[in-house]
Design a protein around this ligand. Structure first.
Ligand code: NAD
Length: 341
């Protein structure tokens, strides 16, 4: 009997987006992943097609499917429109940003890294409550920003992290904060995290770190960490740091998970410099699709995809230019499909 179809929204995105998402669909097809795609536009492609970087049809599609795979979206620097990525996060209350970092290509600075960072995506210092205070003839003499953390938001993200740890056979969750200085803002996060940890006692270990110490320890001995959960700003910084431990942002996948929807995307941008050349590395979007398979409960297919990717990279040594190889996007994709048998 054919597997039940899972409706999902596909946003190919801008620049290399259509190339890397097409490659990912090829691999998903080879896996027999039962997604039924509703293709929609956003970013510059949305502007071109219907004059809107986040067209109502795209929002309506995600509202219906509650599941999306998204290529990178170009955002004009300075003026222009607001980032569609940020709007999507707000629109669907995508409170959890999940950023795994795993060694894919051996021979880097560290071998066998396998870390997961869970970042709160909606609160903290990124709520954007900022203003200037004028003094004398200087209209910007003082700059002020307020951060907002709620007990409900802190509890929700910590529960997400512990729950993820249980579901994925992880051993430990580290709460990362700055409660020694930002006693209220991040003290509340630590307090809420410890309450959540109690509920998982005996199943998942828990410790905590101050953000600056954590940043250093990640470089000195990343193996002491397993799942890290933290607030918005710290998570933004640490997620790039852990991507750096495994060779940079180029292959980093991400999931944005909320109450109303889940959106999976590569961390990298639209790479205008290599668009249309057929040389883009499709791994980040493919690994995001693997997170999507995990999310819909198809862990076996996700594992098959990751294993095929590992074999193509390590055993067949097929790699795109950014990884020091010569393979085109198509050749690399074909190598993974071949490994899927
Ligand atoms: P970028 O990630 O697009 O490119 C940085 C460098 O990495 C470039 O040299 C590029 O060629 C290379 N690169 C990126 N992805 C690659 C891949 N898959 N394979 C091989 N090489 C790759 O970052 P940027 O140049 O700062 O941004 C370009 C555009 O993308 C901007 O409009 C920016 O706003 C947007 N952007 C979108 C997202 C998103 O949608 N999530 C994220 C970051 C940037």
């Amino acid at each position: 009997m054919a597997a039940q179809k899972i409706p999902a929204t596909l946003i190919p995105g801008d620049g290399i987006g259509p190339e890397v998402t097409a490659a990912t669909l090829e691999v998903l097809d080879a896996l027999g992943a039962p997604f039924e795609w509703d293709t929609q536009q956003a970013g510059m492609a949305g502007v071109k097609q219907c004059g809107d970087p986040l067209p109502p049809e795209t929002l309506a599609s995600i509202r219906k499917t509650r599941l999306a795979l998204k290529g990178p979206l170009a955002t004009p620097v300075g003026g222009g429109y607001r980032s569609s990525n940020v709007r999507l996060r707000e629109e669907f209350q995508l409170y959890a940003n999940l950023r795994p970092a795993r060694t894919l290509v051996p021979g880097g600075r560290y071998e066998d890294i396998d870390l997961v960072l869970v970042r709160e995506n909606l609160e903290g210092l990124y709520v954007g409550f900022e203003h200037y205070v004028p003094i004398g003839d200087d209209p910007r003499a003082v700059a002020m920003a307020s951060g907002i953390n709620t007990r409900a938001g802190c509890t929700r993200i910590c529960e997400f992290a512990f729950d993820y740890a249980v579901k994925h056979g992880r051993k430990k969750v580290t709460l990362v904060h700055k409660a020694n200085v930002l006693k209220a803002l991040t003290g509340l996060f630590l307090e809420a995290g410890k309450v959540v940890a109690k509920k998982y006692e005996g199943r998942i270990a828990c410790d905590d770190r101050i953000i600056d110490a954590c940043a250093m320890q990640l470089v000195m001995n990343p193996y002491q960490f397993d799942v890290i959960v933290t607030t918005n700003l710290f998570g933004d910084i640490l997620s790039d740091e852990i991507a750096g431990l495994v060779g940079g942002l180029g292959m980093a996948p991400a999931a944005n998970i909320g109450v109303d929807a889940a959106i999976f995307e590569a961390v990298h941008g639209s790479a205008p410099d290599i668009t249309g050349k057929g040389v883009a590395n499709p791994l980040a979007v493919m690994l995001s699709a693997a997170l999507m398979l995990d999310h819909v409960g198809m862990r076996d297919k996700a594992t098959r995809m990751r294993t095929a990717i590992d074999k193509a990279l390590r055993d067949d040594k097929v790699r795109t230019g950014d990884l020091g190889g010569k393979a085109t996007t198509k050749e690399f994709t074909a190598a993974i499909v071949k490994r899927l048998g």
